[in-house]
Structures are given as C-alpha cells and as structure tokens.
Design a protein around this ligand. Structure first.
Ligand code: ADE
Ligand code: ZN
Length: 319
C-alpha cells in the first residue's frame, strides 16, 4: 500500500510520453525533427538542464488544441492516481505556448477541463500553478500574468522555471509583487543549477512560499539553518537530479542528509516522462538506492501534504 502523497513539483508538459508526442504531431500536422518513436527515444540523454529544456520545448510544440491540453492533463492524472497521489499542484509553462501563437484560453481551458473533474474521475484534488520562463523577458511575464488575471482564468499560484543561471530572482520582483497582490500563491525554482544566493533571493525578494529543488542550498550552512528555522518547503526531485546531473548518481543523492538536517523536504517527479518516472518511481528509487527508511518515507509523505496549498481540512483529510 502506498502512502497518500501530494505532488507539488510537476510540469504538465514534462508528462508528455513519446507515444503521445508522435500521435499529437501526426494529428496536428506538426513536423518534428525526429521521424520515429525510436529516434525520439534516443534523444532522452541529457548533460545538464539546458540540454533537457531544448528537447522539452521542441516536443511541446505538438500541443495545439484545447483537447490536446485536456488529454495531456488527463493522462497525467490517471497515472498519478496509480502512484498514490491524492492531491496535485501541477504547473504549465504557458509562455512556451503563447510565444508560438497558442491563445491563453486554449491552454487554460484544456488543462482546467481535466483538473475540474479530477476528484471525481481520479480521486485527486488539484491546484494549478502558472510557471513563467525566467529566460524570457520579465516584461513579457508581467504582460501574460496581467492577461491571465483579466481573462478570469482560475489558477492558484505562479512559479518560475527554465534556464536558471544568469536569470536571478531579482529580475522578477514586479511579477511576484503582482501575483501576491492578487492573492496568488508563489513558488520558484532555485538552487537546481543556480547558486545558494538564488534561493535566499527567492525568499527575500519574491517572498516565495516554497522552493522547487533547492539542492544547492546545502553549500551554504547559513542558508540551511535559515531554511530549517523557517521550515521552508523544498520540493526535491531525485530522478530529475540524476538525469540533469545535479547529482552524480542516485546513491549520492542528499535526500537523507536533507532530512537529517531537519529541512522540510518532500519528493516529487518534475518531468516524469523525461526523467524515468513518476512520484512512485522516485520513492522506490530512493528506498532502493539511498536506503530511505519507512520512518523517513512517512516524513516525506507528511511533508508533501503539509507543504501543499490545501486548507487545514484538506490536509487533515490526507493525513
Ligand atoms: N522546466 C521543466 N522542468 C524544469 C526544471 N527541472 N528546471 C527548470 N525548468 C524546468
Ligand atoms: Zn521543475
């Protein structure tokens, strides 16, 4: 029996399986650089974050219609239910679609169609996070958020992802001020490839409620002490960390060290179709390869629920 968990670090575009990508390309008349499923599969070897992003952004161009976005989200939720996920806070990289001419409504309405029936269909409550691409201009991000707010689209928070180094949190203060002024939750990727200072700046300048990844915080004892004292949630993704070379191999993954420090960590899947697995695969991997104990697993599951944006009643229902 799997413990109930909350998935808090999940990019919907990173759940597109190779078969889905090839089918959607054929359906929508999109010409991909790869001619077959086998050729596409051979591309899933990454040397760093950018080498993965290059593939992710090509593949997501197969998404064109509202139905494509709904099917992507449904496929994910179906798989997540089997993994023990009871609550999912899923994100979409909306600018990866708007920049190629897909209207905001096509993305949001498609994703929402699946999220809105998720509790009945899959037993999973949901929240939606709109993630902004830090390697695009902050002005564009503010413009997209402004249009989203005006559109009446229902979403719960914003995030910040894509290439990290060279795109510090300080660029996005205006975006985060706008989000918080509109009552949105705020999270950001930090300390995946970027330095510990990006984690501190995400807290100080963007006032984020959670850090996605946060691995490199371990390089700064002061920062670790602060993260422990303030119990800032870090959404850690072990299989992603191995595939993007944030850690050398799974045996070296710091998840147990993070728990021993008293950090508020939980385990998530990031881009499961690209990194070798969903949340259950991540959990099984850290048990098998890092020796994570049953007590530690219970702590990780509890942390995932407590770090969610569910209200107290929603959290109590999952504990
Ligand atoms: N976009 C999708 N996955 C990401 C990750 N792990 N880091 C930064 N941007 C991403
Ligand atoms: Zn991520």
């Amino acid at each position: 029996m799997r413990l109930p968990v909350a998935e808090l670090h999940l990019h919907l575009e990173g759940t597109l399986e190779p078969e889905f990508i090839m089918d959607a390309a054929a359906r929508n008349g999109v010409v991909l650089p790869w001619r077959s499923l086998e050729e596409l599969r051979s591309k899933y070897r990454f040397t760093d974050l950018q080498s993965f992003l290059d593939l992710l952004y090509v593949n997501l161009e197969v998404l064109h219609t509202r139905d494509d976005f709904e099917q992507m989200t449904r496929s994910y939720l179906r798989r997540a239910a089997a993994a023990g996920v009871r609550h999912a806070e899923a994100s979409t990289d909306i600018q990866a679609h708007t920049r190629r001419g897909i209207p905001i409504e096509v993305v949001v309405d498609g994703v929402r169609a699946a999220l809105d029936t998720s509790e009945d269909d899959y037993g999973i409550t949901t929240k939606l996070i709109i993630s902004f691409l830090r390697d695009r201009s902050p002005d564009e991000a503010v413009d997209v958020l402004t249009r989203l707010l005006a559109s009446g689209a229902r979403f719960d928070g914003i995030g910040l992802d894509s290439a990290e180094v060279g795109f510090p949190p300080s660029l996005f203060v205006g975006l985060y001020d706008l989000a918080r002024a509109n009552g949105l939750h705020v999270v950001a990727h930090a300390g995946e490839e970027g330095p510990p200072q990006y984690v501190a700046d995400s807290l100080d300048l963007l006032q984020v409620e959670r850090i996605d990844h946060g691995n490199r915080s371990l390089e700064d004892a002061h920062l670790v002490a602060r993260l422990v004292a303030e119990q800032i949630p870090l959404t850690v993704c072990p299989l992603s960390n191995v595939r993007l070379r944030v850690v050398d191999d799974l045996e070296q993954h710091p998840i147990r060290r993070m728990l021993a420090h008293g950090l508020n960590v939980s385990v998530h899947s990031d881009d499961p179709a690209y990194f070798g697995g969903y949340i259950d695969d991540n959990i099984d991997a850290i048990v098998d390869r890092c020796g994570v104990t049953n007590d530690e697993l219970a702590r990780l599951a509890r942390n995932s629920i407590d770090a969610s944006f569910l209200d107290a009643e929603g959290k109590a229902r999952l504990h």
